[in-house]
Write a protein that binds this ligand. Structure first.
Ligand code: SF4
Length: 225
């Protein structure tokens, strides 16, 4: 199977089986989504969704968050990973929104990346979900699943993965593909143990093909001569 054939088959499978994938973070405004995505770095969406209702109620606007302080915000975010850093980033992010962006979430990846706590991945997520800009954010799930399936060739960095996926996936599907690979990594092709038995992608998956070949080889060796 060529790489192009693999991509075509995988995209087609996702289109049929996961036609409208969406983020699992709860939010009602671009500002809330920005906060949630910052908090979700190295943390689960589930955990973030548990704490954001109280946080959003306490800080409903960039103005309110900008005049708060790290210690006050920490109390709301202390159960997520890296709470000190994230509390600090949230306050500074809101201050920059007020100072440089008229209190609005900026609409380009470049401007988003100027905000404290916002790297390429977070900026891509916001740009694609809020502003419908084609962008394929590579998080830990996208990175792992892409390597396992063979969409990338043992890519070493998220940026390498992003470039490779962008090359083969049509631009209009970048944002959707981001959600496909995240959800597949979260529920089927999990980090601890891929659930290949339940996976609809095994016919196109390099990892499955290689592990099956290894099992076949071991079984063949076990056959008494
Ligand atoms: S076949 Fe296994 S390794 Fe391949 S994508 Fe599915 S779960 Fe992941």
């Amino acid at each position: 199977m060529t790489k192009q054939q693999r991509y075509t088959a995988v995209i087609s499978w996702f289109q049929q089986n996961m036609p409208n994938p969406e983020t699992e973070l709860h939010y009602t405004s671009p500002f809330q989504l920005l906060i949630s995505v910052i908090l979700a770095a190295q943390c689960t969406d589930k955990r973030v969704n548990l704490i954001t209702p109280a946080l959003f109620e306490a800080y409903p606007t960039p103005e309110a968050l900008a005049v708060s302080n790290k210690d006050a915000v920490f109390e709301y975010v202390k159960s997520v990973s890296y709470p000190n850093n994230k509390a600090n980033h949230l306050v500074k992010m809101a201050q920059m929104l007020m100072a440089d962006f008229d209190g609005e979430v900026p609409s380009t990846v470049e401007d988003l990346m100027k905000l404290p706590g916002v790297g390429k991945k977070t900026a891509n997520v916001i740009a694609s979900i809020v502003f419908k800009i084609p962008a394929l954010a590579v998080d830990t799930h996208v990175f792992r699943v892409s390597n396992r399936i063979g969409l990338t060739d043992n890519s070493k960095t998220p940026l390498e993965t992003e470039k490779e996926l962008n090359k083969y996936i049509p631009k209009q599907l970048w944002s959707t593909a981001h959600h496909w690979l995240i959800l597949h990594g979260r529920y089927v092709c999990t980090a601890r143990k891929p659930n290949c038995g339940e996976c609809g992608l095994k016919a196109y998956c390099k990892y499955y093909f290689n592990s099956k070949s290894t099992v076949d080889l071991i079984s063949a060796e076990d056959v008494p001569m």
